[in-house]
Design a protein around this ligand. Structure first.
Ligand SMILES: [Cu+2]
Length: 243
């Protein structure tokens, strides 16, 4: 009898592990081709941004972060998310935070769950104006001045939208692109183009990779994948738009 109970216990344990296990989706985004040089942000010419210590000390203006590519072709700032097959989930209580530093939004691309709070900080000694510009019905536009030393501004968007753009009306080069989805299965590629979407339940999915310049309408490249207990791999190659 003891033996039998032991056997059943082990079987139950294995069964639980199989149903509860979740895998990571990992991969790399590679850009094909050499992007044209991006325009400069005219920070030095701005009467306030130009006086920020780091901006004044820099030899030139930074360029717009349109294509951030490493030597291997790895493309950063690509938003990768499960487009089909994921269950909607309640948002985490913790907010996503973006900041304004040296008259630029950072990060440039970030992911967020619908109904999750997003806080926008101002670390600069000058006034910015935070202007999210949603295009999906039900997501509210806002336009708020944020003087130096003001506390963070809080926004919530109820519906998925890739990308929802934040801009600053004071500094027309300032943008941040937010990928809003209704579940936690998303990632933004890093400087080497790599990404990881963690803890995805086993199943069949469609995932999409969206880069804000090569896919300006928010429609990226999709791929069908099967996630098993040991996860799945999904690489993408992004092509430059025709010039
Ligand atoms: Cu600004």
């Amino acid at each position: 009898m003891k033996k039998l109970i032991g056997f059943l216990g082990a079987a139950a344990c294995v069964g639980t592990m199989q149903t509860a296990s979740a895998g990571d989706i990992t991969g790399k985004i590679t850009l094909k081709g050499t992007p044209p040089p991006a325009p400069e942000m005219p920070l030095k010419a701005d009467p306030f941004c130009g006086k920020i210590k780091e901006v004044a000390a820099a030899p030139g203006n930074p360029r717009m972060p349109f294509y951030v590519v490493d030597k291997s072709g790895g493309l950063a700032d690509v938003f990768i998310y499960i487009k089909e097959g994921a269950k909607a989930a309640a948002p985490p209580a913790q907010p996503v935070v973006i900041d304004q530093v040296q008259c630029q939004y950072t990060p440039y691309v970030v992911g967020l769950q619908a109904k999750q709070k997003i806080l926008v900080k101002n670390s600069d000694p000058l006034m910015h104006n935070v202007h999210p510009q949603p295009t999906v019905a039900g997501n509210k536009e806002a336009n708020k001045a944020q003087p130096a030393n003001a506390g963070p501004l809080e926004f919530v968007f109820d519906n998925p939208e890739v990308f929802l753009r934040f801009r600053c009306d004071v500094h027309p080069w300032m943008f941040s692109y937010v990928g809003v989805v209704d579940h936690p299965y998303f990632a933004v590629s890093g400087k080497d183009g790599a990404f990881k979407i963690s803890n995805v339940p086993p199943g069949d999915y469609v995932i999409e990779a969206v880069h804000r310049k090569t896919h300006p309408n928010g429609k990226g490249i999709t791929q069908k994948i099967k996630v098993g207990a040991d996860g799945a791999k999904a690489d993408f190659t992004v092509e430059l738009p025709a010039q």
